[in-house]
Write a protein that binds this ligand. Structure first.
Ligand SMILES: Nc1nc2c(c(=O)[nH]1)N[C@H]1C(S)=C(S)[C@@H](COP(=O)(O)OP(=O)(O)OC[C@H]3O[C@@H](n4cnc5c(=O)[nH]c(N)nc54)[C@H](O)[C@@H]3O)O[C@H]1N2
Ligand SMILES: Nc1nc2c(c(=O)[nH]1)N[C@H]1C(S)=C(S)[C@@H](COP(=O)(O)OP(=O)(O)OC[C@H]3O[C@@H](n4cnc5c(=O)[nH]c(N)nc54)[C@H](O)[C@@H]3O)O[C@H]1N2
Ligand code: SF4
Ligand SMILES: [Mo]
Length: 692
């Protein structure tokens, strides 16, 4: 951008898995990044970065970076390595992959494992996908975060699309439903505050009293995993009292009659019992929601980490159709905006390179089983990048047992020596966002952002794309696409012919840093219907789901581990554990850095005073949380922020930085969601006892 002697400012994008995708300005002095800041001109970033990323340059220049390629010399998990050269490392990986591909069992024995360590399109879903597709490796189902909600959205709206967050300032009622906005979507908070200053009521629906709930006008705390019942209860009241928008229902929905009949079962008294709320709260909230215009709902992925996660999202997304809230640009609901970016994903990922017959799929939310139970054929090589499964994947004991397998060849490409690295045969040093190029879409707003490398790669670090290019060359993949540069890849993604992208070129992005998709300023995605479903309408009844043997209307599916569905288990393990996003970490990223560790202090669990008293637990004491899957040690925080019967442990801490060396995912299960095969992190019963 600007250049002044030895100081320059470079345009960048925050790479992390966060709806805000901030536009950053990086100050570089003599080849060193010395500061990062939010771009003041960006309408959503508005000049600030969150506490996690505000010192990102320190992450980049941290003394703890993985600097050079390493080969394991100790036992798996021990963390003892020796330095090797890049050529040696890549030759070994290529030769292992080649011999597996040529073996009778074939390349399906190779399992890629990645998620959103970076959300950049180039570094997270281009050369890597091309490489594993062409290799014929097992296809990874990326389900660890959002796949249930995605299915809920698609079955109801037909698109990953929702209200423009910038319009929230004009809403008269805002419901923050299963989102800790101040921690995990903080740039939306300013828009909420502006609305609040204009008199808008803001309601939080969250089993935990979060720092967001503290700032709202009302906090409604349902039991975890009961949101579908709550949403259906609200619709019961709305229909019963004739508060629905009949015009909108008639013109833009299918299944209004089925839904109206179906929600009769969800009378407030019954819903109150399911959710652990007062019936009056449900009636009042329904009237308030139906009476406010515009009424906006921000929901987030936290509430779909339960057995019925997809149906929960589907149920909530029916509400704005029932009341016609979609008619206003400031009304409706927002879970994700990512479907608004019409990029050329096929050009990025080249799914056409996947061989026929198609290799099997392996679900990342069942990594433990994939490594220990799958035997047709077994996984013999694992390549991890952009993820830290030893800490973040559910059923940690099974995951670690798998990673410990002596006959498993594991490669981990990382910025830091994570828990996962400790189990690797080969560790490769990865660049951070300040050292590589990328292009970013967003899932919480409508801007594309470019990320220019601010500095040269440090030490011997290489970007993901470069490693896969070099592996592809070693495996003699002759396709042109394996020679594309990072910029060429970005251009291919942008080349899709679509009015929303018209005029948005790489040159424009480089000049300005970011660009809004070509959408009207007062964008109301479903004001005139235009849903992406097969019927083109909001599908209150879904033929597609019904044909697949699912309920056609939204249905409450109780948590797998709850009094409702597993009474005996609930007697033995009576506390429902949720482990939501920690304020100063981003999943397990930043959970090794000094500033963020100081902020989070230690792994803790919030427990209600009554539950604590029943177990003789005092505030500040060390406790053990356990169930049949595992156990971990935590500090008890005795507080009414956790409702009775629910315990809360903000996550994700590194195992090796936790007391006892075990993390919260010891307690979570490999059980999947109703649709989308998603992980069910917040559907886990535990018991807690004083540590002796
Ligand atoms: N600071 C910070 N920000 C993050 C992340 C992080 O780790 N730290 N992670 C990023 C990622 S990957 C994601 S996916 C997003 C997630 O963003 P969010 O979905 O906002 O985050 P979560 O913490 O998973 O859940 C949000 C809230 O839902 C509540 N909750 C849990 N179960 C239920 C339920 O059954 N019903 C209701 N109504 N509420 C429930 C939790 O108590 C929590 O306060 O955040 C991103 N941003
Ligand atoms: N108990 C519990 N478990 C959870 C959650 C929870 O709320 N509770 N949240 C879940 C959710 S929502 C998610 S999304 C998952 C997230 O899980 P992950 O996707 O594994 O996210 P992180 O823990 O942030 O780990 C990302 C890793 O990628 C590395 N990385 C970053 N950039 C690059 C790069 O350019 N190249 C390479 N090679 N590596 C890079 C980082 O150093 C980091 O170690 O965790 C899930 N696990
Ligand atoms: S983590 Fe989210 S809020 Fe923080 S800087 Fe990145 S995009 Fe912005
Ligand atoms: Mo996530």
């Amino acid at each position: 951008m600007s250049e002044n002697l030895n100081t320059k400012i470079v345009r960048a994008a925050c790479p992390h898995d966060c709806p805000d995708t901030c536009a950053m300005l990086v100050t570089v002095e003599e080849g060193r990044a010395v500061a990062v800041a939010g771009d003041p001109a960006h309408p959503f970033t508005r000049g600030s970065l969150c506490t996690k990323v505000a010192n990102y340059h320190e992450r980049t220049h941290s003394p703890d970076r993985v600097r050079v390629p390493l080969r394991r010399v100790g036992a798996k998990g021990e963390g003892r390595f020796e330095r090797i050269g890049w050529d040696e490392a890549l030759d070994e990986i290529a030769s292992r992959f080649r011999s597996l591909a040529e073996s009778e069992e074939g390349a399906q024995t190779i399992m890629p494992y990645s998620y959103c360590g970076t959300m950049g399109l180039v570094q997270s879903e281009s050369m890597d996908r091309r490489f594993f597709n062409r290799l014929g490796a097992s296809v990874l189902e990326r389900t660890i975060c959002a796949s249930a909600g995605t299915e809920g959205m698609l079955s109801t709206l037909g698109a990953k699309l929702g209200t423009d967050p910038e319009r929230f300032t004009d809403a008269r009622l805002i419901i923050l439903w299963g989102t800790n906005t101040i921690s995990s979507n903080v740039h939306l908070w300013r828009f909420v505050l502006e609305a609040k200053h204009k008199g808008t009521r803001v309601v939080a629906i969250d089993p935990r009293r979060t720092r967001t709930a503290d700032q709202c006008d009302e906090h409604v705390a349902p039991l975890p995993g009961t949101d579908a019942a709550l949403a259906l209860g609200l619709m019961h009241v709305i229909f019963a009292e004739g508060l629905e928008d009949r015009d909108y229902l008639a013109q833009h929905t299918v299944g209004a009659d089925e839904l109206r009949r179906h929600v009769r079962e969800y009378h407030p008294a019954r819903v109150a019992e399911i959710c652990g709320l007062e019936a009056e709260t449900i009636v009042r909230l329904a009237r308030e929601y139906a009476g406010a215009r515009p009424a906006a709902i921000r929901l987030n992925y936290g509430l779909q980490r339960h057995a019925g996660g997809a149906m929960a999202v589907r149920s909530i997304l029916c509400l704005p159709a029932v009341t016609g809230a979609w008619k206003d640009a400031a009304g409706g609901a927002l879970l994700s905006t990512s479907g608004a970016f019409p990029l050329d994903y096929d050009a990025l990922q080249r799914p056409d390179l996947i061989p026929t017959p198609r290799p099997r799929s392996l679900n990342m939310s069942r990594l433990g089983d994939a490594l220990t139970k799958v035997d047709s054929p077994p996984v013999r090589a694992l390549y991890v990048y952009n993820s830290n499964p030893a800490a973040v994947a559910p059923d940690q004991r099974a995951v670690i047992e798998g990673l410990r397998r002596e006959d498993l060849f594991t490669v981990v490409h990382e910025q830091f020596m994570t828990d996962t690295c400790d189990f690797a045969d080969i560790v490769l040093p990865a660049t951070t966002q300040l050292e590589h190029f990328d292009l970013h879409k967003a899932y919480g707003h409508f801007y594309l952002t470019v990320n220019e490398p601010a500095i040269a790669p440090l030490h011997e670090a290489k970007p993901n794309t470069e490693v896969f290019r070099q592996l592809a060359a070693r495996l003699n993949f002759t396709e042109e696409c394996f020679r594309d540069s990072d910029e060429e890849i970005a251009r291919q993604a942008l080349a899709a012919a679509h009015p929303a992208l018209e005029g948005i070129t790489l040159e424009l992005l480089r000049e300005r840093g970011w660009a809004r998709l070509n959408l009207p300023e007062e964008f109301a995605p479903f004001a005139e219907g235009k849903f992406g479903t097969p019927s083109g309408k909001c599908e209150l009844y879904s033929e597609t789901l019904a044909a697949a043997g699912m309920p056609g209307v939204p249905e409450f599916i109780p948590p797998r581990e709850s009094r409702m569905s597993a009474p005996e288990l609930a007697r033995e393990f009576p506390l429902a554990l949720i482990s939501p996003a920690a304020h100063a970490f981003l999943n397990s990223s930043f959970a090794n850095l000094p500033k963020q560790l100081r902020q989070e202090r230690a792994p803790f669990v919030e427990i209600n005073p009554r539950d604590a008293e029943a177990r003789g637990i005092q505030d500040g004491e060390r406790v053990r949380a356990f169930n049949r899957r595992g156990s971990c040690e935590l500090t008890a925080v005795v507080t009414r922020r956790a409702r009775e019967g629910v315990v809360v442990s903000p996550s994700v801490w590194w195992n090796k930085l936790s007391p006892g060396g075990a993390g919260i995912n010891q307690l979570t299960s490999q059980g999947l969601t109703d649709l989308g095969h998603g992980a069910t992190f917040y559907d886990a019963l535990v018991e807690i006892e004083k540590q002796v």
